[in-house]
Design a protein around this ligand. Structure first.
Ligand code: 5AD
Ligand code: SF4
Length: 445
């Protein structure tokens, strides 16, 4: 009988992708996906360490799973429990010590060794801790992605980060920057398209630092991918402003399938704060990059990440962030209170901002961002946008898709249009999506 695997994923798209690859690597051992931990013979928590409370959440989830595991073994069964991802990488030894009922603790760089770890636990019992940064590249040892991801698929092209922003754990949990070879990426993209993908989002912690073995940057890679028959849309995330080079800007100018939407975190609009964050660019550099991209692709829209209450952030610094947001006009953006991460340089800076001020600033920034997002969405009403339909909607006869700007759209269309890009006249803006009508001329009969 097939064994069941349940993976609970926290955090970023990279983790979503990694979870799918862990499922791929365990499939040959007979593990099929389960929809709940209750039904599973193996449970993996794929964790995130980027902001506070992540580790505490993991320990409380582990408490629940411990009881489940005990019930299973009382009934004569067995549950293997694994903790993966960045909390495992950063706090592996503590997990092993605090949670002896956890069988496997593994970091993001050792997923390809998971079958061995499972075998070892099954054979000998005991705990396995593997948070190495092994010399072999995990991608060379992972099986080909086998489960279809649907119309919109993710493809990891780059991992790790050498930027060392002073607030961030990624360079420690994910390790040094590593780019997968172009030929592997192109082969994986072809497979995804053969499995039904019509849109591919290239993933990396610092995706636009991707570089080919023989030179060439992300722009060149995007050009090669744009040649793939049947691949209608390309996206990439997440980018650092410093690595937006001419080749990438030219790709936005030249490639119709490269979507005019870019998530480009700036974190702050204050030069002093950006310096203390070790971002290695100023607010005007960011404005300049936005302007260059807008010249290359006039309809491009932007998204960003912001941190409020970074140590030493004054009221004036924060006002500079608000000013930058007003100037750029974001289609959407994420914002967070600064959260001191143990081991990062910013955590030991003297002028930590009081919680109440962080909360106040966050509320103000989020209100501004929400207003910009509303204005951006309102601007779509009455226009016709190409929508890639991804799946059935909640109501009968309705499909859900996305505009080039990542806005979700509900429209009536037959199910055979899943995977097609149709012109949709946007009629209304809801809280989480747009509503529209497929332009009659584009419906296939
Ligand atoms: N505190 C708050 N936000 C953070 N981010 C990363 N580290 C921290 C931190 N210590 C945010 C950044 C990043 C996003 C993924 O998470 O804005 O771009
Ligand atoms: Fe973290 Fe991104 Fe800075 Fe790298 S560039 S250290 S991933 S915030």
């Amino acid at each position: 009988m097939a064994k069941k695997l349940y993976i609970k994923t926290y955090g970023c798209q990279m983790n979503v992708y990694d979870s799918a690859r862990m499922a791929d690597v365990l499939a040959p051992l007979g593990y099929a996906p389960a929809t709940a931990a209750e039904d599973a013979d193996m449970v993996i928590l794929n964790t995130c360490h980027i902001r506070e409370k992540a580790a505490e959440k993991v320990f409380s989830e582990l408490g629940r799973l411990r009881r489940l595991k005990a019930q299973k073994s009382d009934g004569g069964g067995r549950m293997i429990l694994a903790v993966a991802g960045c909390v495992a990488q950063a706090e592996g030894a503590e997990i092993v010590a605090r949670a002896p009922f956890v069988d496997i603790v593994l970091g993001p760089q050792t997923y390809h060794r998971l079958p061995e770890m499972v075998a070892q636990v099954a054979r000998a019992g005991g705990q396995v801790l593997d948070t190495d940064f092994p010399a072999e590249a995990k991608f060379d040892f992972l099986p080909e992605a086998s489960a279809p991801q649907g119309v919109s698929a993710f493809l990891s092209v780059q991992e790790g980060c050498d930027k060392f922003c002073s607030f961030c754990v990624v360079p420690y949990t994910r390790g040094a920057e590593f780019s997968r070879p172009a030929r592997d990426i192109i082969a994986e993209a072809r497979r995804l398209v053969a499995l039904g993908a019509r849109e591919i989002t290239l993933l990396g912690q610092n995706v636009n630092a991707w570089h080919g073995e023989a030179g060439g940057g992300l722009g060149a890679l995007l050009r090669a991918l744009a040649e793939i028959e049947g691949l209608k849309r390309l996206r990439y995330t997440t980018s650092h402003p410093l690595d937006v080079d001419d080749g990438l800007v030219a790709a936005h100018r030249d490639l119709p399938s490269l979507m005019p939407f870019l998530h480009l975190p700036v974190q702050s609009g204050s030069d002093a704060v950006l310096r203390a964050m070790n971002r290695r660019h100023g607010a005007d550099d960011y404005r300049g990059i936005v302007a260059r991209l807008r010249r290359a692709r006039p309809d491009i829209a932007f998204s960003s990440d912001f941190i409020v209450g970074f140590p030493g952030e004054s009221a004036r610094d924060f006002a500079a962030t608000l000013a930058l947001v007003r100037e750029v006009g974001f289609a959407q953006a994420y914002s967070f209170k600064y959260s001191p991460r143990p081991g990062t340089p910013a955590a030991s800076l003297p002028e930590q901002v009081p919680e109440a001020i962080k909360a106040e600033r966050l509320a103000e920034l989020q209100a501004l961002i929400a207003a910009e997002q509303r204005a951006f969405n309102d601007g779509a009403v009455g226009s016709e946008l190409p929508v890639l339909f991804e799946r059935r909607g909640r109501h009968e006869g309705q499909l859900v898709g996305r505009t080039p700007y990542l806005q979700a759209v509900h429209a009536r269309a037959p199910e055979r249009e899943i995977g097609a890009v149709l012109k949709v006249r946007i009629t209304a803006v809801g809280p989480n999506s747009l509503a529209g009508e497929v332009a009659a001329a584009t419906v296939r009969r």
